[in-house]
Write a protein that binds this ligand. Structure first.
Ligand SMILES: *[C@@H]1O[C@H](CO)[C@@H](O)[C@H](O)[C@H]1NC(C)=O
Ligand SMILES: *[C@@H]1O[C@H](CO)[C@@H](O)[C@H](O)[C@H]1NC(C)=O
Length: 283
């Protein structure tokens, strides 16, 4: 049995341009979409680009939104604390598979220097982090919707509540939870992970659903309807203030931001979870 598992594992660990997802037992598509791949699926890591909204919304393009986590498995969000996910190119490289034996500090089970970069300032492609170095990593985010029913989530009721700059980078990533994030309904909330890489490959985006639950909160606040982020690089007063939607970009339809032109560093504008759209680091 073990050689078969390792063979399957190596098959996926080959030179394919695997991307990165935030793995957690509360995610949809944890087992992928085929029971035979449950230990090493990579369906959730596929990027979203130029798709109709029916396809990109919650990663429906390969039916990830049809595979909820097991009953009782939630991404727990401790109010005022932090939660942790594993950024990886395949579940095989997380603690969720094979007893964690193929994990390393990095998303692909590999070993690289802390200041990992390529000669000639090329893009890092192993793993496919869509960046040249940690400083260039665009940032990732989580958003929350106060419904337990994924089909009830809309752009307006799915608000970004935490951002971690310079990710994805290493495997383990922690995010801060606002102290006043209100409790979820009894069946939990729906959360989403987002990432828009800054160059280094196809200008795509990532959106993946989770079941989540806020713990330790007595807040009675409600989350304001989320507004689309706008480009505000170098001009804070132009940023969308308050509750912001996720970034829906470069799809065939349903975009909430269109970014002609060039950003301050001379590259084509890339609207990520960072100050170019007014997203602060943290909660
Ligand atoms: C994933 O697969 C395992 C093993 O087949 C099963 O026990 C578990 O319930 C599945 N989880 C989900 C979320 O489908
Ligand atoms: C900054 O944004 C505000 C609001 O959109 C705008 O009125 C102002 O002209 C901008 N300032 C600069 C220097 O571009």
């Amino acid at each position: 049995m073990i050689p078969i598992l390792i063979f399957a594992f190596l098959g996926l660990a080959g030179p394919s341009q695997a991307h990165v997802a935030a793995w957690h037992k509360g995610m949809y598509c944890l087992n992928g979409t085929s029971p035979s791949d449950a230990q090493n699926p990579n369906e959730p890591v596929n990027p979203l680009w130029n798709l109709p909204k029916s396809q990109w919304w919650f990663h429906h393009v390969n039916n990830c939104d049809q595979f909820p986590p097991a009953p009782g498995d939630f991404l727990e969000l401790p109010a005022g604390g932090t939660f942790t996910v594993e950024h990886a190119t395949n579940r095989a490289y997380t603690s969720l598979s094979y007893g964690g034996q193929y994990t390393s500090d990095w998303p692909d089970g590999g070993h690289y220097p802390d200041d990992y970069s390529m000669p000639n300032n090329d893009c890092i492609v192993t793993p496919n982090l869509h960046t040249k170095n940690q400083a260039g990593a665009a940032g990732t985010a989580f958003a929350i919707s106060y419904t337990s029913d994924l089909t009830q989530v809309t752009e307006d009721n799915l608000a970004v509540f935490t951002v971690r700059y310079n990710t994805p980078w290493k495997r383990i990533a922690s995010y801060d939870v606002p102290a006043d994030l209100p409790p979820c309904p009894p069946g939990g909330c729906i959360c989403a992970a987002g990432w828009v890489p800054n160059g280094c490959g196809q200008p795509n985006m990532y959106m993946l659903p989770y079941r989540c639950m806020v713990t330790g909160s007595t807040s009675r606040k409600t989350v304001a309807p989320a507004k689309p982020p706008v480009w505000c690089e170098g001009n804070l007063s132009a940023c969308t203030q308050g509750s912001k939607q996720m970034v829906y970009w470069n799809q065939a339809e349903g975009n909430n931001i269109v970014t002609p032109g060039y950003q301050a560093d001379g590259a084509e504008k890339s609207p990520g979870y960072n100050m170019k759209l007014g997203f602060q680091n943290g909660s």
